[in-house]
Each structure stands twice: as C-alpha cells, then as structure tokens.
Design a protein around this ligand. Structure first.
Ligand code: AMP
Ligand code: ZN
Length: 469
C-alpha cells in the first residue's frame, strides 16, 4: 500500500487515485527570470522520483508542469532592462529545459506557459466575480478571503490572524484599496511600462496564483490527484490556488498535496533573492557528475531539509562506487547454477524493505539503506561462495529497479578505463606471473596514482576506481 504525507490533512494517507491506474500530477514549475538553482532542482528532482516511482508501480501518470513567464519578478526585470517579456524569459526557459535534459529528468507531458493561458485565467476570475468571491478596485481584481470558509486549511493558518507583514508573504500590494488586507490580487491593473493583456474590463496582468489554478484545471480537470511544490509554495501560493479553484468549482482542486523541504547552504535556504545559490553549471564545472548530484538530492527523504556540503558529494561518490563495484563483481564472478537459501532470504528481505520504504511516503533513505545492506551481505556471501544464479538475478533485478526509480545508471566505467591503464594492469599481471615483484609493486603504485586500485582475489585480479576526494 502506497502512503503519502498529505499537507492538506496533515497526515499520512493511503494513496488512492480518482481513476484506478491513472494519476494526474501537477508540479509547480520555474519562474523564468533567471536560472533555476540547485534548491529548485531538489524539488524538481524529487518530483521526477515521484513520477518514476508511480510509473514503476504501474500507474499511467499524466504530468503537467507550468512555466511562470509573467509575475512581479519578471515584470521588474522587464522594467529594469527595457527588454520585452520574451527577451527576458525565453533564454531562461531554454536553459531550464537544457538542465532537465542534462539531469536526466523525465519530461512532463505538458509545459503550459502562463502567457498562453490568459483567457482561461480571465474566465476563472469572471466566475469568482459572479460568485461574489472577487471584487474590482481601481482596475485590479481581488479575491475575498472572508468568502471562502476553508481558507487556511492547507497551511494550518487561522485566516483571522493573517495580517500583511505578520505572516511574511501576505501580499501587501495596493492593500489600501482592498476591502481586507488579507485579500490577494487575481488581476493587477496596468502600470505604465508593463506588459499587459485585455480581457477583464481594464488592461492588466494576472496574479501569480491564478496562473496555476487555471492551467492545472485546463490540463487535469477540476479535480485531480496530486499537486506538489516546495514548502514555500504552501502559503500563500497553494492556499490561494485552492481558494480560487474550489471557490469557482465547488470541488477540491487536488486530493493530495505533497511538499518538499528546502535545500539549504550554511544553514540558510538557497534562494535567488539571498544570492547564496549554485546553478547546475557551477556544480558541473567543479567536476561533480550528474548521477552524483541525482544521488545526493534523492538520498535524503524529501520532507527533511537537505544541507548541501562538500562531504555530501564525497559520500554520494563513494556510495555510487560501492554499487558500481558490486554490479561489476556480480558480472565477473563464476556463479554456480541454482539457489542458496540463506542468501536468497537476505536478498528477499532487502527487496521487501526497498519496496516498503518507497511505499512509505517515498522514504528514499530507507530504500537505500536496504540496498546497501544487501550489497554488504551478498559481498560477504560471495567471499564464502554462498551465492547462486537465482540470487544474482534477484540482486540485479533490484539494482535495475533502483536505476529506473532514481534515474541513475550503475556499473559503468570498466570499458571507459584508458588503454594505457589497461596495459599497466596486464603488465602487472605478467610481472606477478613471472615473480618480478618489484615491477608488480611499481605498476600497482602507478595505477593507484591514476585512481585505480587493483585487488588480487581467488578468482583473479580485479580493479576498481578509488573515489576522488
Ligand atoms: P520558483 O522558480 O521560485 O517558482 O521555484 C520553483 C520550485 O522550487 C518551487 O516548487 C519552489 O518551492 C522550489 N524551491 C525554491 N527554493 C527552494 C529550495 N531552496 N529548496 C528546495 N526547493 C526550493
Ligand atoms: Zn504554482
């Protein structure tokens, strides 16, 4: 049974989709006024894992991720640079798609741009006006929070206590004209120099929250299964999405609301506004590999804060090297046909714990724990020659599942060893066979200096890469 922690119910809940076998998934996408940073990619990467996990469990997932290409920050960038909306946003949108590809993320089925869905937003605002949940002031339209009883349910905030400033992000813009300071803008009246759209009486542009309400319902229906984002999206963004959508349709927008905790550096949230961020290129330039980054971002449970340190990269590299070595060892050992019952039980236990952990609110740390315990025990069973072909097949099946769900390939690198290193390994074996020990030792040292460790075992000489520190 799959369970997710639903922010809406503040509890772990069995996951039952509306339509058996199918999942409608909406993940809040990037605001394309600059490059996405690694904090953003923590959330996007976890969403990639969620999608891969659901697909591995046999669900047909319909995944929608919006592109926010109009909002306050984008408008500020346009005003500051004097460039057009397209000139400001398209380069960052393209960079985002390149990063997704580099990171091996599955593409969403639809990437709606906010600017291409203004009529849908206008329709939704009209519905809210007709229902008495919205009102117009000086060309802007505001949502009347007092009219929506469940307001505050998602974030656990008491609507009565929400004051501009006090809760951090209640939008204070133009609040002197609002009926109530807690109300938020659905439509912002044109200011000079801004890009604007017609459609609601006076020209203007949509508020950020209405974008996701309109686009999610267009592609997934009035009610769908899962809506995700980072915890900073819970309030006010997702709270407001619920108010807008449910206020207009009378039905819940999404049934499961999942949120990833933040990635932090030196104890502070990584964010564009703080300026303490890395983009993907920064990390690749430092020599980190994509699969190390995937591993690092996914190895911590998504509801726990992830502290990015140099040590976490070293750990990711070492853990992947252990898995690579294990895969290579399974491939080259002489394994007898049949099954070895004690080892079979070890592998079965690991498979069960791997599955149970992921089913339990995507507990990736628990799943990896099960995998490494299996590697440790099967390695020692291999030393004792207590492994047969059935266990090898079961281990490989679990490793393949890990590769699929985490989007990480293992066991590569053997072929990629430079020819001069292969020649040294062969020369060392020859030297050993001819008892030229000094030569053999010299070659071993040279290989080690090049990052390759050779081991002489009863089944022959094997090599592995030493993790680079
Ligand atoms: P934005 O481009 O600011 O709209 O953010 C895109 C996604 O990244 C949203 O789901 C945010 O909640 C998420 N996000 C922003 N900062 C962080 C962070 N430091 N760690 C994890 N997720 C983040
Ligand atoms: Zn959104």
């Amino acid at each position: 049974m799959i369970r997710f922690y639903n922010t809406l119910s503040h509890a772990l809940q069995p996951f039952v989709p509306l339509d058996p076998g199918k999942v409608g998934l909406y993940t809040c996408g990037p605001t394309v006024y600059s490059f996405a940073h690694i904090g953003n990619f923590r959330t996007f990467m976890w969403e990639d894992l969620l999608r891969r996990f659901l697909e591995a469990r046999g669900f047909q997932v319909h995944h929608v991720m919006n592109i926010t290409d109009v909002d306050d920050k984008i408008m500020a960038a346009i005003m500051e640079s004097g460039r057009s909306l397209e000139e400001v946003t398209r380069p960052f949108e393209e960079a985002f798609f390149r990063d997704l590809e580099t990171l091996g993320m599955k593409r969403a089925h639809v990437y709606p741009r906010a600017t291409e869905h203004i009529p849908e937003m206008v329709d939704l605002i009209r519905k809210l006006l007709a229902a008495g949940l919205a009102y117009e002031r000086d060309g802007s339209v505001y949502y009347r929070i007092a009219g929506f009883k469940p307001y505050g349910r998602l974030s656990g905030k008491d609507p009565k206590g929400l004051m501009a400033g006090a809760s951090g992000r209640v939008e204070a813009d133009e609040y002197d004209v609002k009926d109530d300071v807690r109300d938020f803008a659905l439509w912002k009246a044109a200011r000079s120099g801004e890009t604007t759209w017609e459609g609601l009486g006076s020209p203007g542009r949509p508020g950020w929250h209405i974008e996701c309400s309109a686009m999610s319902m267009k592609y997934l229906g009035e009610s769908f299964d899962i809506h995700t984002g980072g915890v900073d999206n819970i309030f006010p963004h997702h709270e407001n999405e619920i108010a807008q959508s449910q206020g207009a349709t009378g039905v819940p927008l999404a049934r499961y609301w999942l949120h990833a905790a933040h990635l932090i550096v030196d104890g502070e949230k990584m964010s564009k506004s703080r300026g303490n961020f890395f983009i993907l290129k920064d990390l690749l330039d430092k020599g980190y590999e994509v699969r190390e980054l995937r591993y690092l971002l996914l190895s911590v449970h998504y509801r726990r804060v992830l502290d990015l340190t140099g040590d976490s990269f070293v750990a990711a590299r070492q853990n992947l090297a252990r898995l690579d070595d294990f895969v290579r060892r399974l491939g080259r050992e002489q394994i007898p046909q049949g099954s070895h019952s004690a080892t079979a039980a070890v592998v079965e236990g690991a498979v069960r714990r791997f599955h149970d952990s992921l089913d339990d609110d995507l507990n990736t740390a628990g799943a990896l724990g099960a995998l490494f315990e299996m590697v440790r025990q099967v390695n020692s069973a291999l030393d004792r020659q207590q492994v047969a072909t059935a266990e090898v097949a079961a281990c490989l099946a679990l490793l393949a599942e890990f590769e699929e769900i985490f989007g990480i390939s293992l066991g590569q690198g053997e072929e990629a060893l430079a020819p001069e290193l292969v020649a040294r390994i062969e020369a060392r074996e020859e030297a050993r066979a001819e008892r030229r020990w000094a030569d053999a030792d010299r070659l071993r040292d040279e290989l080690e200096a090049a990052g390759v460790v050779v081991e002489d075992t009863p089944t022959g000489t094997h090599w592995k890469r030493v993790p680079r520190e």
